[in-house]
Ligand binder design. Sequence first.
Ligand code: GLU
Length: 423
Amino acid sequence: MSDLSYLSPTATSPWHTYLSQVDRVVPYLGHLARWVETLKRPKRALIVDVPIEMDDGTVRHFEGFRVQHNLSRGPGKGGVRYHPDVTLEEVMALAAWMTVKCAGVGLPFGGAKGGIRVDPKQLSLKELERMTRRYTSEIGIIIGPQRDIPAPDVNTNAQIMAWMMDTYSVNTGATATGVVTGKPIHLGGSLGRVKATGRGVFVTGREAARRIGLNLDGARVAVQGMGNVGSAAAELFVQAGATLVAVQDHTGTLVNPKGFDMADTAAVLKRDHGIGNYADAGRIDNEDFWDVDCDILIPAALEGQITPARAQRIQARLVLEGANGPTLPEADDVLKDRGILVVPDVICNAGGVTVSYFEWVQDFSSFFWSEDEINVRLDKIMVDALKHIWDTADRHQITLRTATFAVACERILTAREERGLYP
Ligand code: GLU
């Protein structure tokens, strides 16, 4: 399936998942299928050594990556992840999903992603800063406001973006706010960016629910992962009348059919960085999360969570992929056969990169928009993109995932063809 000599993907690896998703779209690409191999390999992958001095005087080396999957439609765009399981192969898949995501919502970006193989919780704040700055210097040879623009992802945030922006600016001799997005507001960040991914999950979920006749008022929602994406999405669903009935994160799985109190939930998450100590809910076995009675399931953690076996257990009518790559291809088939609708990551969680685009535009024009303006524009872009994808799915009788790939890959490969091969 992959003839790249530097990889050996396993059947459940993210790159394998991505390649299967590409294979499924080929029949719908017409003459553009000629270019499909473009999507099956990254344009450029940089592996960097990130050595830093630890607080105790020892030196440690971390593995860092930045992958630019495709730049046909514009500069690379995509987050930077700090996680002990990061690999080149994972970053390649995440970069490729960014290519599809940006094209699917019509943003003038290609796809990229970065990561460091590290458990950031083991580092002091100073060590985290040194690691971020050294990593930024190392990938500085390929990033830039017109070349490739990083952003937050798992375990990275506005402070880390501020260090990245500062390091790049110092190294190039000019303040370059547009080199990263997801920055603090007074450093050229955008209002609404922090909650944008969760808001996008809500908007696509709201539209999908309307189309399948699922009333949000009283709908029961289960969320895996209460980080930036899961918590913001849960909050918006509850504001729309839904009940948060189950939450799973690295500290455990909690259920309360009467609903979680959102103020208490937020307080516990702020204090403990995990849901585990939330008082007014019952604890269940982690694996039992998958057959919790609910209407909407939001995987908002890591890849590969919905396996075929778990897909058999899911009770929801609607799965909203807040995470990147949470569903394995065979699990997609199980969900389809069971009549469970999946709004795939490549459209469902595109709200984050959409507001990143707004941030980048605002930085270039040095003219900043109100939060209302941002949320209204985000809503419209997500609704229009989902409508186009839905029509495509109806026309070809395919899943929303394959339809998103069809819409996106047509745009990417048309750009590829129009630019032509050089030399
Ligand atoms: N990390 C986010 C994602 O996976 C946002 C990327 C960005 O804003 O560039 O979509």
